[in-house]
Write a protein that binds this ligand. Structure first.
Ligand code: A2R
Length: 313
């Protein structure tokens, strides 16, 4: 029986990755959460781990001996990264190095996936869209810079120590359960609150002209599982839909699902000073390696995210 270890299983992506791995009925799944997190997951053997404690990673790896390691643990908020840059660097860079180092010390070579972000590309020029993996990296925030660092160190480790390390840059992934700091989740929460009479019928929005590449989180984790098996060691793959969609279109679609009429107003606090107009992934490298294409239509994801918020508010 193959064993998978999901480091940082308690976050947004973790539970979806567990469900994807469960489809292979013969996989034993281990997951780590921070000791402070209260969490039980069916079909997952849970372990407490803070990736800033390298000796704990080493003993966990020796205990489990995983065939696959998915590194999801991160300080993944862009705004927290502005407020706490040193903590973000610690978790996202130092933590990733501790994990890679611990894997290097094993007597065998598990396959490992490091999760990066489309944010790493930062201020892309119009002629660089759709964005290829070779595109110049111009990270525009601290979070993105830490992910660039993780990616660079990951590719160095893969080559220098001949490790089975594959890296991804994920673009906007969305779906039920996402924190409302992300645009789709924020819009859906506002609609659900208005429908429930908890908020005036006004939707506050940021820059609606920006175009972003949205992919359902269930498609994203399917790409992760295929890449950990078939991705080339030392290589980086974009994970996205390959299609940029204006935030305005996303908003219109969500509003069309609302059962009350809602006015739209701009909230200056939601306008980012340096918004990149269009972000769209070129996903041909991923397709060539795995045959993966996104399967869940955007409208379905939006509807399900709204329904999830309706159940939560
Ligand atoms: O920040 P928390 O308390 O929500 O915990 C997060 C956890 N985490 C850690 N785990 C172990 N040791 C640490 N020192 C540590 N610091 C934070 O990693 C959270 O439970 C998990 C990451 O989950 P999310 O923040 O929900 O990220 P998501 O959306 O699941 O994305 C997975 C990966 C991340 O590397 C993102 O940066 C990337 O995909 O987009």
């Amino acid at each position: 029986m193959k064993k998978a270890l999901i480091v940082g299983v308690a976050g947004f992506v973790g539970s979806y990755l567990v469900r994807e791995l469960m489809k292979d009925g013969s996989m034993k799944i281990h997951g780590t959460k921070l000791p402070s997190q209260q969490m039980f997951m069916e079909n997952v053997q849970m372990h407490d781990l803070d990736i800033l404690h390298k000796e704990e990673i080493v003993s966990l790896l020796f205990e489990i001996r995983p065939d696959y390691i998915f590194h999801l643990a991160a300080q993944s908020s862009v705004s927290v990264a502005w407020k706490n840059p040193d903590f973000t660097v610690d978790v996202n860079v130092k933590g990733a190095i501790y994990l890679m180092d611990a894997v290097r010390e094993l007597f065998y070579k598990p396959r490992m996936l490091l999760i990066g972000s489309g944010e790493e590309y930062g201020h892309v020029r119009g002629d660089e869209v759709p964005i290829l993996e070779e595109c110049h990296l111009r990270p525009g925030n601290i979070y993105a810079a830490t992910k660039v660092c993780q990616n660079m160190i990951g590719s160095i480790y893969a080559k220098a120590y001949d490790m089975n390390l594959v890296m991804v840059r994920s673009f906007n992934h969305i779906g039920p359960g996402q924190a409302p700091v992300f645009v789709v989740s924020d819009f859906c929460r506002q609609v659900a609150q208005i429908e429930a009479g908890l908020k005036e019928p006004v939707m506050y929005v940021g820059n609606l002209d920006a175009k972003r590449d949205f992919t359902d989180v269930r498609d994203v984790v399917r790409a992760y599982v295929q890449l950990i098996q078939r991705g080339k060691a030392g290589e980086t793959y974009n994970v996205g839909s390959g299609h940029a969609c204006a935030i305005r279109e996303v908003l219109d679609q969500i509003l069309s699902f609302a059962v009350v009429s809602i006015r739209v107003e701009t909230d200056q606090n939601k306008i980012r000073p340096v918004d990149v107009p269009v972000i769209e992934a070129d996903i041909s490298k991923l397709y060539q390696a795995t045959g993966w294409t996104p399967a869940i239509p955007l409208a379905q994801t939006l509807q399900e995210t709204l329904d999830d918020w309706r159940a939560r508010v």
